[in-house]
Design a protein around this ligand. Structure first.
Ligand code: NAP
Length: 482
């Protein structure tokens, strides 16, 4: 594994043309993990031109041959598993076991989509006409731009890059500035796997500048973006000017409903897991728990007791459950929303403050926080905080709980805890979200099924599983008389 980190454009490792650099900080210690190039629109244009040149040959390669490259990338990531996971904990802050789980997922994603190269499913149907053969073919769309956030620094780049490549597209990936190193590790594996020059291009720099360059360049046929709703809406506006194909995965404010008949202890665990692990910085994290009245007090008490036992600290240390916020800005958001929450719902029942003292002074550590007595119109019940801050709400019954759960602009994930099959199905049919879980945490999805939300959380075709092929390819429909 290389110790250099540089942009990768047209098969060359290169520094930013403007010689810009950027320090990636460890959020647990504020140490510089690595100084990396910080490119600009000129680098982006060079990457786009390289991807356009590489497209004809790559898209004409047989699917299984592209699949072999993806299998090789998976193998290389597997060989580098431990060091990539360690680097992830250092750049993003999540605990080492969480980082290992994520690297494993990225490896599996490359294997999964490598296999798709031997399928690339189209379909064949019988014609009404004599001796007419009708079928579809799946074809690549061209150069695609991929913009990723920091919170899953290897899984999200993997779940965009692998389907883009297997469908025959060439790409430019631009990772989040806060945590770009793991995406670079995939690119490094693509290089080492021998993927031809120009097929994969990696640029780093300001999202605003590089995003604009990607969205306005004619060779780019599609952009897949994951990040905040605010930036996603801006991407949507820019893309619609050119009728560019886009896929947007954005923010959430995900509920978990806990009914009185729920398996009690398991429900407490599921809520704590979904609300606080990864510092609440998962797009599918639970940030609202809606509890049925008869068990509200008992559940709140158990939730507080269980959360109190969580250990916050440097994710490299054994026994730590929750790492730091990704950066100072995220930490300030937690602090600001805790002030808003205290004004709206009264003092937090647990937490609510930045952690200080030995082991905490240098990083962005925050107490896992619980507000109770939250009502649906409050800002802490409506707005994404993207941190370890949980709003506990009371519902009269299952119907009321579903109403409260749905009363938000977002629709990414939603969860219910119940032992009633009937309540589970009412939820499955009535919940306004793209990802639903029953008696599981709201977070924790797998790559074999479609991923994505509804309402303000998502726009365009879903990611992952067979659905990913819809975004990264076109179907040609053929009628052939023989
Ligand atoms: P963000 O600030 O929106 O940034 C996401 C990416 O967009 C980064 O690479 C960023 O670059 C880039 N960017 C910034 N401004 C841009 C612009 N004007 N045009 C194009 N790209 C631009 O989000 P984040 O803070 O990284 O991630 C947290 C958010 O992602 C949360 O809202 C979370 O819910 C959401 N998320 C959603 C999903 C999902 O699947 N729905 C999954 C994970 C995360 P810079 O880093 O250089 O600014």
């Amino acid at each position: 594994m290389s110790n250099q980190y540089r942009q990768w454009i047209d098969g060359e490792w290169c520094d930013a043309k403007n010689a810009g650099t950027w320090d990636v900080l460890n959020p647990a210690t504020e140490e510089v993990v690595r100084t990396v190039p910080f490119g600009d629109a000129e680098d982006c244009r060079a990457a786009i031109a390289a991807a356009a040149r590489a497209f004809p040959a790559w898209s004409q390669l047989a699917g299984p041959a592209r699949g072999n490259y993806l299998f090789k990338v998976a193998e290389l990531l597997d060989q580098r598993f431990e060091s990539i996971a360690t680097e992830m904990t250092r750049e993003e802050g999540k605990t080492l076991p969480e980082a290992k789980g994520e690297v494993r997922r990225a490896i599996n994603i490359f294997r999964y989509f490598g296999g798709e190269g031997s399928r690339l499913p189209g379909f064949l149907v019988p014609s009404e006409r004599d001796r007419v053969h009708m079928f579809t073919l799946r074809k690549a769309i061209g150069v695609v731009g991929l913009i990723t956030p920091w919170n899953f620094p290897i899984a999200i780049p993997a779940w965009k890059m692998a389907p883009a490549l297997i469908c025959g597209n060439t790409l430019i990936i631009k990772p989040a500035s806060a945590a770009p190193l793991c995406a670079w590790r995939i690119v490094e594996a693509c290089h080492d796997a021998g993927i031809p020059k120009g097929v994969v291009n990696f640029i780093a720099g300001s999202g605003g500048e590089l995003g604009q360059a990607l969205l306005s360049a004619p060779p780019v046929k599609a952009v897949s973006f994951t990040g905040s709703t605010e930036v996603g809406h801006w991407v949507h506006e820019q893309a619609s000017k050119r009728r560019l194909r886009i896929q947007l995965e954005m923010g959430g404010k995900n509920p978990t409903i806990v009914l009185a008949d729920a398996p009690f202890a398991a429900s407490v665990e599921n809520v704590v897991n979904a609300a606080f692990f990864s510092t609440g910085q998962k797009c599918t994290a639970t940030s609202r728990v809606v509890v049925e009245e008869p068990i509200y007090d008992k559940f709140l008490e158990a939730l507080i007791e269980r959360t109190r036992k969580l250990k916050v600290g440097n994710g490299m240390e054994a026994g730590v459950d929750i790492g730091p916020a990704v950066d100072q800005g995220a930490l300030e958001t937690f602090v600001r929303y805790c002030e808003i929450g205290a004004q709206e719902a009264g003092p937090a029942k647990l937490g609510g403050k930045r952690l200080t003292g030995p082991g905490y002074d240098k990083g962005y550590f925050f107490e896992p926080t619980i507000f109770a007595g939250v009502t649906p119109e409050m800002r802490i019940a409506q707005e994404e905080i993207f941190g370890p801050v949980l709003a506990v709400m009371k519902a009269k019954d299952a119907k009321d709980a579903l109403r409260i759960a749905n009363e938000i602009p977002f629709g990414l994930s939603s969860s219910i805890q119940t032992s009633s099959l009937s309540s589970a199905f009412d939820f499955v049919y009535g919940a306004q979200a793209g990802l639903l879980t029953v008696n599981l945490p709201s977070a924790g999805v797998e790559y074999q099924l479609p991923f994505g939300g509804t309402k303000d959380s998502s726009f365009g075709p879903k990611e992952q599983g067979p659905a990913a092929m819809e975004f990264y390819s076109d179907l040609k429909t053929i009628y052939l008389k023989y």
